[in-house]
Design a protein around this ligand. Structure first.
Ligand code: RNT
Ligand code: ZN
Length: 416
């Protein structure tokens, strides 16, 4: 790309934004300091390294594009390559099934920090921070119910697993000098009309309270709600209302996955209330198409609204941003780069909104002016700011990353 042209366009954009009271240099700096947690499971269609090829728990990848990462080295190489095309300092979000098991069978209630030491070292070498997830799915004991299972032996197994995962997350957090965010999502639910809905929720509450007993200062747990899973359509134990109440009463972080609500709901509507009652939010930025399909994140109204709502309500610094989708139908690294850059574009637009002026109008009851400025702000030259952000950080500008990914496909992923 013509560097001078990008710089020139940025200078014009800077002036346009300054006219509505927005300092683009400051916004670019803020965006540079906003990490996005890259979900490792986009590299390999949520398979992990347990040599278990059935994905269960009501989630599904579709597509059969060649080049899936087959082992730990390939997962790492793909993540490092994806990162090289992204501006900013990012994080990597691991699931327990991605432990470095060295081909040995390590059951979920046996996992320890030693299985993640090589990840901790790798992250340090690559200037990345780690986040973590316990894994309730794709296991013979997963069934329909894990932490809410009426069978105490099964419940105990998953409690032990999740406790161990918290300790692993704590070790990661300690090593990186920054808390590791550990997401707890369990698939628990039932396919058909369920009679004892409260009972399983009581069991889940008991299990979670037990898991959270240990004081681990270098990790933060968050809890992910969901609408339904495939084969578990009628009842989800950890629903939105369940986790809203659970996190609000315990002061825990709530995980908001943008694919986990009714398709006609605007997820951003939950943000302001959650900000009042939970300490922080973890975001799983995804894209549902008709259902929780985990399509690659794009710059759309839902994602824009989510970040605008955070900024408008002074909640942006209380949100951790992660991606969560798994599309096996296109180049998987391309999927990372598209999704991360789209998320950054949405964050950028939210940060560029003339919020001070909008609030002023609202406070004065000047609602025509508020709507007019909101509308005009949508077509301010944010693209020029985004190009500058990428140029400044030495990564491809605009569609320049397409040939880079094509080259990596030719040299690396197509040979798998
Ligand atoms: C599932 C949840 C969950 C998973 C990952 C793999 O619907 O969104 O976050 O996608 O844990
Ligand atoms: Zn999720």
């Amino acid at each position: 790309m013509n560097e001078n042209l990008i710089l020139k366009a940025y200078e014009v954009a800077k002036e346009r934004y300054a006219a509505v009271g927005v300092d683009t240099d400051k916004v670019v700096e803020k965006l540079e300091k906003t990490p996005i947690s890259l979900h490792c499971w986009q590299t390999d269609d949520v398979m992990g390294f347990e040599n278990n090829d059935a994905l269960t728990g009501g989630i599904q990848t579709t597509g059969n594009y060649p080049g899936r990462a087959r082992n730990i080295d390939e997962v790492r190489a793909d993540l490092v390559f994806a990162k090289s095309l992204l501006a900013g300092n990012h994080r990597v979000n691991l699931h327990e099934i991605y432990g470095d098991f060295q081909g040995k069978k390590v059951d979920r209630d046996e996992v320890g920090v030693e299985h993640f030491q090589s990840w901790i070292d790798w992250a340090k070498d690559n200037n990345l921070k780690l986040d973590f997830n316990s894994t309730s799915f794709s296991h013979p004991k997963s069934g329909d119910l894990s932490l809410s299972n009426p069978d105490p032996a099964i419940r105990e197994f998953w409690i032990e697993h999740t406790k161990r995962c918290r300790r692993i997350a704590d070790a990661m957090g300690k090593a990186q000098g920054d808390p590791c965010i550990m997401n707890i999502w369990v698939h628990d639910g039932l396919k058909d009309l369920t009679v004892r809905r409260k009972y399983y929720r009581e069991l889940l509450t008991q299990s979670l309270d037990e898991i959270m007993k240990e004081d681990l200062p270098d990790m933060k747990a968050c809890f992910e709600a969901k609408l339904f899973g495939i084969g578990l359509e009628s009842y989800t134990v950890g629903s939105h209302d369940f986790y809203t109440a659970y996190c609000a009463t315990r002061k825990y972080i709530y995980t908001l996955d943008t694919g986990h609500y009714e398709p006609t709901e605007n997820v951003s509507d939950f943000v302001s209330t959650l900000l009042m009652y939970v300490p922080e939010l973890m975001l799983h930025v995804s894209r549902p198409v008709r259902w929780d399909s985990d399509h690659v994140t794009i710059m759309n109204d839902q994602t824009l609204d989510l970040f605008k709502e955070l900024v408008r309500n002074d909640g942006f610094d209380r949100a951790h941003i992660g991606l969560d989708y798994f599309d096996a139908s296109i180049n998987r690294i391309g999927a990372y780069v598209i999704g991360t850059r789209a998320t950054q574009k949405c964050v950028l637009q939210a940060l560029l909104e003339p919020v001070a002026k909008l609030r002023e109008y609202e406070d004065k009851g000047e609602f025509f002016q508020r709507l007019a400025l909101m509308e005009e702000a949508k077509s301010l030259p944010f693209g020029a700011v985004f190009d500058y952000f990428n140029l400044k950080n030495g990564v491809p500008v605009g569609e320049e990353f397409i040939p880079c990914i094509e080259q990596y496909e030719k040299d690396v992923t197509s040979k798998r």
